[in-house]
Design a protein around this ligand. Sequence first.
Ligand code: NAG
Ligand code: NAG
Ligand code: NAG
Ligand code: NAG
Ligand code: NAG
Ligand code: NAG
Ligand code: NAG
Length: 913
Amino acid sequence: MEWSWKKPWLVMMIAIIVIGLLLFQVSGSSSSSGCFPEEKKALLEFKSAYSNESLLPSWVNDSKSNCCEWERVTCDRSSGHVDHLSLETLNKNHGLGNGAIGCLNNSATRVNWSLFHSFKELRSLNLSDNCFDDFIWEEGNRSKSTLKKLENLDLSSNNFKKSVMEFFSGLSSLNNLNLANNILGGLFPSKEISHLQNLVMLDLSFNYLYGGLTTQALANLSKLQVLKLGQLSLSGSLPIQGLCKMKQLEVLDLHRNAFDGTLDACVANLTSLRVLDLFGNSLTGNVFEPWISSLALLETLSLGMNSFEGIFSLNMLANHSKLKVLELDEMDSETFQVQTETSPWIASFQLEQLDISSCKVNSHTKTLPSFLSSQTSLEIIALLDNDLVGSFPIWLLLNNTKLEGVYFGGNCFTGSFELPFDLNYHHMDQLEFLDISDNKIQGELPRNIGVVFPNLILLDVSNNKFGGHIPESIGEMENLTTLYLGNNRFSGNLHEHILNGCLSLSSLIMDNNQLNGTLPSFTGNPKLVLLFASRNNFQGSITREFCRFGLVILDLSFNNLSGTLPPSCLNRLFINLQGNSITGKIPEASTNMSVLMDLSDNKFTGSIPESIYNLPNLRYLLLAGNDLQGQLSSQICQLKNLQALDLSRNNLSGFIPSCLNKIRFSEEIYDPPSRIPGFSSRGVDIIEKTLMLALMLLFMEQKVQFTIKASSREYEGDILEDISVLDLSSNQLTGKIPYQIGDLHDLFALNLSNNNLSGSIPKSFKKLQSIESLDLSNNKLSGQIPLELQDLHSLAIFNVSYNNLSGRAPDQGQFGTFGDSNYKGNPYLSWGISNRRIAASPLSPIQLDEVNHHDSAVDSTSFYWSFVATFVTVLLAMLTILWINPHWRGAWFYFIEGVLLKCFGGLLGDAFY
Ligand SMILES: *[C@@H]1O[C@H](CO)[C@@H](O)[C@H](O)[C@H]1NC(C)=O
Ligand SMILES: *[C@@H]1O[C@H](CO)[C@@H](O)[C@H](O)[C@H]1NC(C)=O
Ligand SMILES: *[C@@H]1O[C@H](CO)[C@@H](O)[C@H](O)[C@H]1NC(C)=O
Ligand SMILES: *[C@@H]1O[C@H](CO)[C@@H](O)[C@H](O)[C@H]1NC(C)=O
Ligand SMILES: *[C@@H]1O[C@H](CO)[C@@H](O)[C@H](O)[C@H]1NC(C)=O
Ligand SMILES: *[C@@H]1O[C@H](CO)[C@@H](O)[C@H](O)[C@H]1NC(C)=O
Ligand SMILES: *[C@@H]1O[C@H](CO)[C@@H](O)[C@H](O)[C@H]1NC(C)=O
């Protein structure tokens, strides 16, 4: 009996306790229709200050609403207090883009820290990506100790400055601190960081910190497992001893700094290391073996873009079964080599990303690494510029179905690019980047390439031996932005479907092929900004539609185009139509952004339209070899930024304007055009940004590249230091040579030959201190050759033959090297014995001949091509780099945005946001 009475009582007791507990539990979070009132209040205040209704719809000011159930809020089960807040990307003033770039100007940027005082139990706070630039806290009450339990603080992608660091001294409980992608500047905050002794994860990447990183600064951080200091400007020697003491370190990311020094054998002690990213520093030495084998847990090993030396034998990594990312590319050292075949080994890893570009891979045999045949998980593989031989390893695509990026450019692969049978059934939906440029691959592109690789973003097959038609199926690649087909043997017409189907296409390069037919009529591809189709056999006329689109750079030179030029075509940043048969007048230009206009060697008639004189950014005006008539207007002097003016081989008459000295004729950098057409005002995609940057780099680096390219082309030595050119040769110009031309001290080449110029050679020419080529032949010049010209030390080409010059030619300086061919046809001119020796000429006779027989002083084609080549090189290089290197990608675009904003300020701002 006792039991029968006691038992139900016991059961009831237990039931009551359980129910009570349950009720308590529930009440803790909901029965009081809410969380703690002060917490709820703080949340609502946060919302009204920084966010809005559409971003936080569940956060309502309603007594029945329980804030523990709100989105982005988590409460502790037992205490009922808020313990996690995920308040990232909530700022109502946030525009497009990351970090500072995305913030609208008038945003409420300071976040009131006292709001968070209400959350006594807060353990995690995420405020990333909110445009915040500071905390507001009450002066004097700087004890932030209220958040005694805060362990995780994420402030990444905001606008915080370094001063925010002092704020953390009170938060000694912090385990994880993320300040990546802010604008922290100044010296590395060693002191502030050393207070945070409980840190397990520290991320300060993508800021503007500089200075050294000392072993001392790291001494207190013995619990650190993750240290990310990528993309700062830290320098000095790598504090390797300090790092080696952090035995728990799992992630060490110091990519893109300027650390020097060598890796020490003590790295072997970091046996927990999963990620070692030292990419893009200045580290030296060749000590790998002693430590690499100890780091058996490595998943990412990124040592590229350093100055490491010696041979890196991949069999060191044979047993690293967890390795997924290996980057050894672009070593800035003559001796660094990757060897994969030194001894037989079997890879225990399945790589996801491999970049051994420019690593002199197997430099003796030039064979493809054989371990690749065991890899099946590759997502990105980059073997650029290794001169590898053998037939194109198409089987890699078959073995690795997850491939996203394949970069095989710059090797010597031969054979054809035939897709294996299986690929006709298995589409490679993941593949986005395919670069097989600069090889010796022949045959046709597979007809179904667009179906097999439907999601390609970049397809680069340029500089190979491909022939046949360009497959129509490329038009299926809706996401293709970059299509490079140049320097092959493609023939036939370019199918309209390619232009109309590739809706994302922004650059199309197909120069130097055998394409023919009319230019494709395309019905709308507003994103196309760059079209190179030179050196093909395109015929017919350029339609108005063709130029209606956003094309910024249009190169149709050396085709067989005829008809007239629609006005809209002229309004491009670069337009090159050299070497066609276009007739009629040059249309009026109606916008002012043109930088290069090359209409040479066509059949243009009439006069130079006045509107051209109103193009303030024009740097190259090349109208040679047409049938232009009329007087040369002095309005041409309004083109102050011209570097090259070539009007040779026309029928221009009248005097040479005396104001030509108003034109700069120099390669000085000038402000790039303020607005680029073809860029929609919002949502410009990545490729367009890249293109923009390429343009910008082009402007900035023109000088160097130009010179190098040009001098290695037609002219040996350093004759061509400056590329500014004035060429008015082979016209009907009369009158005297204006002495003001002597003011063009940066002029490299002056050609006034084959006109009817009279009078004497101006003495002011002695001021042409940069002149290297001066051709005044075939005119009616009389008088003496001014002795002062002897001071022109750069003069290498001088021609005054067939004039009426008299007296004695100078024989000092460069003139000591000139002879008969320079002076003949002047019956009253005599020249000394020394002058007859041509031998001392800096040019070999053949070259001299070549140059002298040119109608214009400088072959405009060659210098233009060097210019274009520069552009394409920059663009390609950047694309390659960007797509290979995921962490560069983020960094780079961050950088671009920064640079663009800095350099172009508000001018381009419009185009981007
Ligand atoms: C919530 O509503 C009450 C009453 O309508 C109001 O007094 C209070 O200021 C509101 N709180 C917030 C944070 O908006
Ligand atoms: C809230 O802010 C977001 C982000 O800035 C914005 O897109 C949205 O239009 C805003 N909604 C309201 C109702 O203001
Ligand atoms: C933001 O506004 C201020 C003041 O109106 C102005 O000086 C500043 O240039 C603006 N910044 C940007 C990035 O527009
Ligand atoms: C590893 O650490 C131990 C103890 O700190 C040290 O004695 C040893 O020299 C270190 N190893 C290397 C290779 O530096
Ligand atoms: C990859 O392809 C090659 C060539 O077809 C083949 O020999 C190799 O077995 C394949 N590897 C795997 C893992 O399938
Ligand atoms: C193109 O890109 C978009 C977004 O990145 C993706 O959803 C789509 O599947 C891609 N492919 C095609 C063929 O549109
Ligand atoms: C274009 O070239 C192909 C082969 O190269 C030739 O068969 C065809 O007749 C050419 N078409 C035109 C219009 O010239």
